[in-house]
Ligand binder design. Structure first.
Ligand SMILES: O=C(O)CCCC[C@@H]1SC[C@@H]2NC(=O)N[C@@H]21
Length: 246
């Protein structure tokens, strides 16, 4: 379903696809870059990778038949597709940290940023994925990893793109066909791949606030349910630190 445009270098593929969306580009338009100068991350962070070492791609989605209150599942859906693409192509044991960091043994392999964009054709979503492919240890922070470092040495970004595009197209079609009903597939698939559920965690909120508790569940809109003593707190955004299994 993807019409992929390849660019050698850009600022951010998410920004590029958002611009294409505003100019009327069709669902399935995608931009993949050899190098991103100013990649965007979650919670207003940046995303960096040396030229040619990683996959940096954004996909345009126009989920016309899915009520907008179900769109918050999209970032989780993209996470499921990314995990399945990594496991299927390389055998590397990737898992999700809520909402959608792709981890291997607690190190981050991939990050996902899904952004809503308003266009003359209606609301759309840009799903951006940055996945570390060939980076060596000295090209990454200690908290990150790459496919190369996890033993998948022969894999190149283009192969990873192919696998990711296939898994994303399948998951998206299933979700769209069920009008975004999470129970129809994506919620159970997410729970299976989520390393956060059932753990003692710290949630660091944007700003300096934090909370600790057990990651008890994912609610109907993809938010994390945190059990803190006798209280249940529903978390829409934040950074999770995995503490220990319970
Ligand atoms: O973990 C995060 O903070 C999310 C990082 C998302 C990075 C990807 S790389 C391709 C796409 N273009 C961007 O500017 N960001 C996303």
């Amino acid at each position: 379903m993807w019409q992929v445009r390849r660019v050698e270098e850009t600022g951010s593929t998410n920004v590029d696809v958002a611009e294409l969306a505003r100019s009327g580009a069709a669902e399935g338009t995608a931009v993949v870059a050899g190098y991103q100068r100013t990649g965007r991350g979650r919670l207003d962070r940046t995303w960096e990778a040396p030229p040619g070492s990683s996959l940096a791609v954004s996909f345009l989605l126009r989920p016309r038949d899915v009520p907008v209150e179900r769109w918050p599942w999209l970032p989780l859906l993209v996470g499921v597709a990314a995990v399945d693409a990594v496991v299927g192509l390389t055998g590397v044991g990737a898992k999700l940290k809520w909402p959608n960091d792709v981890l291997v043994d607690e190190r981050k392999l991939a990050g996902i940023l899904v952004e809503r964009v308003d266009t003359p054709q209606g609301a759309a979503a840009v799903a951006g994925i940055g996945l570390n492919v060939t980076q060596r240890r000295d090209q990454l922070p200690p908290t990150a990893t790459s496919l190369f470092l996890e033993g998948a040495a022969g894999i190149q970004p283009a192969e990873m793109l192919e696998a990711l595009g296939d898994r994303l197209a399948e998951r998206y079609a299933e979700w769209h066909d069920h009008r975004g009903d999470p129970a129809a597939g994506i919620a159970p698939a997410y729970r299976q791949r989520c390393a956060t559920l059932g753990r003692q965690v710290r949630v660091e909120f944007p700003g300096s606030d934090a909370a600790e508790g057990v990651a008890a569940d994912i609610d109907d809109t993809g938010r994390l349910v945190l059990q803190t003593g006798t209280e249940r707190r529903v978390i829409g955004a934040g950074d999770i630190v995995h503490l220990r299994p319970v």
